[in-house]
Design a protein around this ligand. Structure first.
Ligand SMILES: NC(=O)c1ccc[n+]([C@@H]2O[C@H](COP(=O)([O-])OP(=O)(O)OC[C@H]3O[C@@H](n4cnc5c(N)ncnc54)[C@H](OP(=O)(O)O)[C@@H]3O)[C@@H](O)[C@H]2O)c1
Length: 482
């Protein structure tokens, strides 16, 4: 299968924070891979901006090192690397000062799409947005890309939205949630809305419950002081997991169009019931000999959760009585992001073998090994009579699609190309982000008003005991984290 690579329109992409970790790890390597795929037109240019003083050659050196570190060896073709580096330029700019903006303006090409990636701390968004407009660098056709975290609560998200809206229209603002750029996440929409098979069953009548899991084996990895102010709810639930829940729970949009999709997601967020203390479990990983989260976060009194599990109800006709269980955590037994949809029992069984029967389950794996697995019942092979057994209809993208499957663009590459195409479908709209915080804030505030500690769980385990109970008490169980 050969995928179609359609070149985008000529553009100038300015990366603010071009010397930072995200630019080096994701943005520059992602752009290089799109160059390699033939998606960048000849006059696509990338201009780095940050405070560090350097010239174009210095920035190309930095980019080369980033490619050597973060692009697979078999993708590093010298002639392509040279051609890619020739697209790069650099302007030293302090976002909070007036120097450098005139140079940036001079260096930009006329009559091409202008996109500005704010890969800097959110406290600089306002400064950059204001100066881009003040200096006549950004116009009504320009696009800005902003990174997470988009606020730390409803008030700060509203303030950020207000600052950006002073200078840019909503149609120009691309709020990145890189989960939405994952192939499987987009495939969720294809699976649901391009097949007749699932949609008739996609409701509380046939679905018993949904589990969404994002499990990590890593801890806070040197980001302890940042993470400690955030925690799993802010870092994962309010954005990524909420977006996954929306894609599972939303009504079919009338068209695969940015606002049609985002309208439907917003309705889901607004339909979420508040979560009471009985429906949430917080955990913190504990290691041997005093190691663990408290050491990693450098805050021995920290009550920040490195794990959270919640039971969430979507109060609308489609989902009445079908809970969504969400869990995410660090230092768990395995690394897995997946959505598991468990169907109900058939209304009547004609078989005597109750023991062999298992629920149908559709598992959508986001990582690792993106793919889908539909568990169905068949007759157990052999002469043992009509005994039942469950088998997986398993599809790994890598296997099913060959090179296309293993060579799928990274979420950032895909999303940056969408920015250039002017397609906002996979980006969060301002009202969506605010609605997500409006639901998350009371959960966080209720916890902060209390004094209890998160439940300790062992590093390498599948999370705190109480999280198991959250499912057991409903007669259900989590899928195993491997
Ligand atoms: N890293 C990730 O994996 C990741 C993941 C998701 C979201 N994000 C978000 O992406 C953004 C960037 O993260 P990062 O990890 O790349 O941060 P970082 O490594 O600290 O880089 C920050 C960048 O901002 C520049 N900068 C700082 N102050 C500036 C100023 N006053 N004017 C102009 N440039 C300035 C820095 O360069 P100079 O010091 O040279 O000015 C540097 O290039 C943050 O909002 C972060 O939350 C990052």
């Amino acid at each position: 299968m050969v995928s179609r690579v359609i070149p985008v329109e000529p553009f100038d992409l300015v990366i603010f924070g071009a010397t930072g970790d995200l630019a080096r790890r994701k943005i520059l390597p992602g752009l290089y891979r799109r160059h390699l795929a033939g998606q960048l037109p000849d006059n696509a240019r990338i201009i780095g901006a940050a405070r560090s003083e350097m010239d174009d050659a210095g920035f190309r050196d930095l980019a080369l090192k980033a490619l050597e570190e973060f692009v697979a060896k078999n993708k590093r073709v010298q002639s392509d690397i040279d051609a890619f580096l020739a697209r790069l330029a650099y302007v030293a700019i302090d976002a909070t000062g007036e120097g450098g903006w005139a140079t940036l303006k001079e260096r930009m090409q006329p009559d091409v799409i202008r996109a500005f990636y704010f890969s800097v701390a959110p406290s600089l968004f306002g400064d950059i947005a204001e100066r881009l407009c003040l200096h006549g660098i950004a116009g009504p056709d320009s696009r800005i890309v902003v990174e997470k975290p988009f606020g730390r609560d409803l008030a700060t998200a509203k303030a950020l939205n207000k600052i950006l809206a002073t200078h840019f229209a909503e149609s120009q603002i691309y709020r990145i949630d890189h989960y939405l750029g994952k192939e499987t996440v987009q495939n969720l929409m294809a699976v649901r809305f391009a097949n007749i098979l699932f949609e008739p069953l996609w409701n509380a009548q046939y679905i018993d419950h949904v589990q969404i899991t994002v499990a990590e084996t890593v801890g806070v990895e040197g980001r302890g002081s940042y993470y400690d102010k955030s925690g799993a709810i802010r870092d994962m639930v309010q954005n990524h997991m909420m977006q996954l829940l929306c894609l599972i729970a939303m009504e079919p949009p009338y068209h695969f169009d940015p606002d049609a999709v985002r309208d439907e997601k917003l309705k889901v967020i607004r339909a979420l019931l508040p979560v009471g203390p009985e429906d949430i479990v917080r955990g913190q990983y504990a290691g041997r000999k005093g190691e663990g989260y408290l050491k990693d976060s450098e805050n021995p009194a920290s009550r920040t959760e490195s794990y959270v599990a919640l039971k969430v109800q979507v109060a609308n006709w489609r989902w009445q009585g079908t809970p969504f269980y969400l869990r995410t955590g660090k230092k768990l037994r395995g690394r897995a992001s997946e959505i598991a949809i468990t169907f109900k029992e058939p209304p009547h069984s004609i078989f005597d073998d109750a023991e062999g029967w298992r629920e149908n389950q559709l598992v959508i794996r986001l990582q690792p090994d993106e793919g889908m697995n539909l568990k169905v019942m068949i007759k157990e092979p052999g002469p043992g009579g009509m005994r039942l057994t469950q088998v997986p209809l398993d599809m790994s993208f890598a296997e099913a699609l060959g090179d296309e499957g293993t060579d799928m663009p990274d979420a950032y590459e895909r999303l940056i190309m969408d920015v250039i195409r002017g397609n906002q479908t996979l980006f969060m709209r301002g009202d969506e982000v605010e609605a997500a915080w409006a639901w998350t804030d009371p959960i966080i505030n209720a916890w902060e008003a209390r004094t209890e500690r998160p439940q300790a769980y062992d590093e390498g385990s599948s999370g705190p005991e109480d999280a198991l109970m959250l499912m057991h008490r409903d007669g259900r169980r989590w899928r195993e984290i491997r």
